[in-house]
Ligand binder design. Structure first.
Ligand code: F3S
Length: 422
């Protein structure tokens, strides 16, 4: 950058002397590149200034998505002396870092994936390799500015925790980590957190609903948001209670099908009391929810050759439930349990891992059924995740059987069950 363009950017974004020094290269090559990315975003989106961030979650970790170009860029940033300045965690990789061979990952891929993780580690990133950072230590407070990538986690942080993040991409999240700042625009500002549409749920719509029901709800509401065109923030009424796992599932689905980064849910999320329900209203009834649910299945349970739970990554409560369902039984399908390494370590200590692995199911920590390189290995996947359904079809070309958590486990066991979706 020339001196005059530096000064112009500094004036537009009201950069502090320290931020200007970063932009001018005074704090190293990687920090300069990072601040250039943030300044460009700030200018494009009309940010008034940079805000300090409390934490970062970086996506774009799987070598399957990054390829050689992405890996080279990361290694260049690491070689440029970049070090993160705030708590920074990492999205899933393309393999279980410890157990990749048992999952059928080839050695060349594993070596490239290892280089990706090493590049992040050398910059001080905690290589948690999970999309649920809020389950193990990256848990921002209400109102804090953060810079998170991973759409499901951004939606959770904004909506359930009341933190403030835009939907960052991998490079902009890494840039925020290396500088400690993010440009102040979008969901960081009060005016962009206001709801624009009200979604009324028919009475009893989610009575006894499980995480898959919340996933189907996310698809139904996401479809309304997409049809509205401008991705309006929804204000949702009629959900009487929602567990962490149900909200985790809902966030992943709403972000996938509606591009949502934020919603308000009356009686559930912390910012809902700040607003009146908007006048533009939509009603969701049982037929709409069933239709959303059915639309995610395009194969018969008997055709399933791959079963996966853990999109987003399973919580310890879900792993406990899984252990109780699998105890003393044998699975008859390839069955991946995807979760965070820290959650897996808890499962080890609590005895759940031993029970689950004795059934023949496989833990796939650090990764998931979407970012692992498994296209072509399987034809029909059973899942309870609406997000996994979308990307299983779009990225891995799977057909999908979308069912409840317990029904998915039954599919892995080859058990017959009353098919609630038939
Ligand atoms: Fe997480 Fe992979 Fe699903 S990153 S939200 S488990 S697609």
């Amino acid at each position: 950058m020339t001196t005059s363009s530096l000064q112009s950017t500094a004036n537009i974004l009201k950069l502090t002397p320290g931020q200007l020094d970063m932009l001018a290269g005074g704090q190293g090559r990687s920090v300069r590149k990072a601040m250039e990315i943030l300044a460009a975003l700030g200018e494009i989106y009309g940010a008034g200034r940079m805000a300090p961030v409390a934490s970062v979650q970086i996506a774009g970790v799987s070598y399957d998505n990054l390829g050689e170009a992405g890996l080279s860029w990361l290694e260049e940033m690491a070689a440029g002396g970049g070090k993160v300045r705030v708590l920074t965690t990492l999205n899933p990789a393309g393999m279980d870092v410890d157990n990749w061979q048992a999952l059928g990952i080839d050695a060349v891929f594993a070596e490239n994936q290892r280089r990706v993780i090493d590049a992040f580690a050398s910059m001080g990133v905690m290589t948690t390799c999970s999309c649920t950072p809020y389950l193990f230590g990256n848990l921002p407070h209400y109102g804090e500015h953060i810079a998170w990538a991973e759409s499901s986690a951004v939606c959770y942080a904004n909506s359930v925790l009341g933190a403030r993040s835009n939907r960052e991409g991998g490079p902009s999240a890494l840039a925020a980590a290396l500088t400690g700042f993010t440009p102040l625009y979008g969901y960081h500002l009060d005016e962009n957190r206001r709801p624009a549409i009200t979604i009324e749920l028919e009475a009893g719509l989610l009575k006894d609903g499980d995480s898959a029901s919340f996933g189907a709800l996310g698809k139904a509401i996401g479809s309304i948001m997409e049809a509205e065109g401008s991705r309006p923030v929804p204000y949702i009424r009629g959900v009487e209670q929602a567990s962490l796992e149900q909200l985790k599932s809902f966030c992943a689905s709403l972000a996938t099908f509606g591009g949502a980064a934020l919603f308000h849910m009356e009686g559930i999320t912390p910012e809902a009391p700040l607003f009146d329900p908007p006048e533009r209203r939509f009603t969701l009834d049982h037929a709409a929810l069933s239709s959303a649910r059915r639309s995610m299945t395009d194969a018969q349970p008997g055709e399933v050759d791959f079963v996966s739970l853990g999109c987003p990554h399973l919580s310890i409560a879900e792993i406990s439930r899984l252990a109780s369902l699998l105890e003393g039984k044998r699975v008859v399908k390839e069955f991946w349990i995807t979760t965070a390494r820290p959650t897996k370590l808890m499962a080890d200590r609590l005895g759940y891992t031993r029970i689950i692995e004795a059934s023949g199911a496989k833990f796939a920590a650090d990764t998931c059924c979407v970012v692992a390189p498994i296209q072509g290995r399987f034809k029909v996947m059973a899942t309870d995740s609406a997000k996994a359904c979308y990307y299983g079809r779009a990225k891995n070309k799977f057909q999908i059987v979308f069912r409840s958590f317990d029904e998915v486990v039954a599919a892995a066991l080859g058990e017959t069950y009353e098919d609630t979706q038939a």
